[in-house]
Design a protein around this ligand. Structure first.
Ligand code: PLP
Length: 389
């Protein structure tokens, strides 16, 4: 196939039109089973857990975008991540980033441990710490970059090098940037994971997860697990993700520009204690970010003076929805301490710097000037007494 740019690939990929009907939108094959012509020659599809034509188009599209050999679609990001962990066996060990997504934290600490799979949390931005955490039984190094919610940047190439020397696989959760901004497989990773619920689908209307693997051998093992565990994405939801993907490029362009503008605005505001955004000039991970990704992404976090200030701000802000999730057409403000990282427990959160006055903002498709005006009036409503408590 001709090598197209990413924006073209979103529209012109493996699927051009349906061979039978000419339909340009992928048909939704709501069929659990498929008729077989005779006892000796089964067709390509037999049962939809094992393979479904609609899901297959999505799986091929994400593999193409990430530059992997094969993609897999799941019922949620956590289903994709959990299935990837099934590659491990009893006695294996995982080195994992300490500010990992709360749901992944829960699987690693409360599920894998029951099956004799141990873990060490590290600050992935510190290569020496990662190196020191590697054990003879380390089989996976798990990265998430930019991390959630503190937007810390891991050097994917450097960690993949370390992992190769140790004979461990590397998993990268690429939810925050998508393959349009960052391609972990090209940087040396073995498996890319996504919550497609976020930017890839992009409209807050579907839950989905995707995985892409680098080589055929891993693809066989991953397919076996997808079929065995069965946490697959439905045909209709596969279609929703495919539909969302077509506008990913234009959505991201708008949202990244908005996030940059909002981060710069917040940084100058006296009632904002700290802004976390890898696109900012003084972000400690900025150089690594721009060496492995094209931009700083559309998600930022910021800290107000204290919890009272945060409550007053939230009571006045009007445009963003206050909700769990990110990567949607509408801007989403979320409160990591009580939302994405609630599963972590207060002590673990505080150790990681996820304070009670931290908010995360995912920039949507509103006009960024309206968002800034809205944030500005909500900050103005935060009483100075709350700030100086
Ligand atoms: C949301 C999210 C997940 C989990 O995905 P679901 O689709 O909610 O199961 C995993 N990783 C990151 C970074 C996320 O933001």
């Amino acid at each position: 196939m001709t090598k197209y740019e990413q924006d073209t690939l979103l529209i012109h990929n493996g699927f051009k039109y349906d061979a039978g009907t000419g339909a340009v939108s992928v048909p939704i094959y709501n069929s659990s089973t498929f008729h077989q012509v005779d006892v000796d020659s089964f067709g390509k599809y037999d049962y939809s857990r094992s393979g479904n034509p609609t899901r297959e188009v999505l799986e091929e599209t994400i593999a193409l975008l990430e530059g992997g050999v094969r993609g897999f679609a799941f019922a949620s990001g956590m289903a994709a991540i959990s299935t990837a962990f099934l590659l491990l066996s009893q006695g294996d060990h995982v080195v994992i980033t300490e500010d990992v997504y709360g749901g992944t934290f829960r699987v690693v600490t409360e599920v894998l441990t029951r099956y004799g799979i141990s873990h060490t949390f590290v600050d992935m931005t510190d290569i020496a710490q990662v190196e020191a955490a590697i054990q003879p039984n380390t089989k996976v190094i798990y990265m998430e970059t930019p991390s959630n919610p503190l937007l810390k940047i891991t050097d994917i190439r450097a960690i993949c090098e370390l992992a190769k020397q140790a004979g461990a696989l590397t998993f990268v959760d690429n939810t925050f940037l998508t393959p349009l901004s960052q391609k972990p497989l090209e940087l040396g990773a073995d498996i890319v994971l996504h919550s497609a619920t976020k930017f890839l689908a992009g409209h807050s209307d579907v839950m989905a997860g995707l995985a892409v693997v680098k080589d055929e051998e891993l693809a066989k093992r991953f397919y076996f697990l997808q079929n065995a565990f069965g946490a697959i994405l439905s045909p209709h939801d596969s279609w929703l993700v495919l539909r969302g993907l077509k506008t990913l490029h234009v959505r991201l362009q708008h949202s990244v520009a908005a996030a940059e503008k909002i981060a710069e605005y917040l940084q100058t505001h006296p009632k904002v204690k700290r802004v976390y955004y890898p696109g900012l000039a003084d972000h400690p991970g900025r150089d690594i970010q721009f060496a492995q990704a094209t931009d700083g992404g559309a998600v930022l976090s910021f800290e107000l003076e204290n919890e009272e200030a945060l409550r007053q701000f939230l009571a006045h802000v009007k445009l963003p929805v206050f909700a769990v999730s990110l990567g949607a057409v509408e801007s989403i403000l979320s409160y990591p301490a009580k939302m994405s990282h609630a599963a972590m427990g207060q002590e673990e959160r505080e150790k990681r710097g996820i304070s009670a006055s931290l908010l995360r903002l995912s920039a949507g498709l509103e006009n960024p000037n309206d968002l800034i005006r809205d944030i500005d009036q909500a900050l103005a409503a935060v009483e100075t007494s709350a700030v100086s408590l």
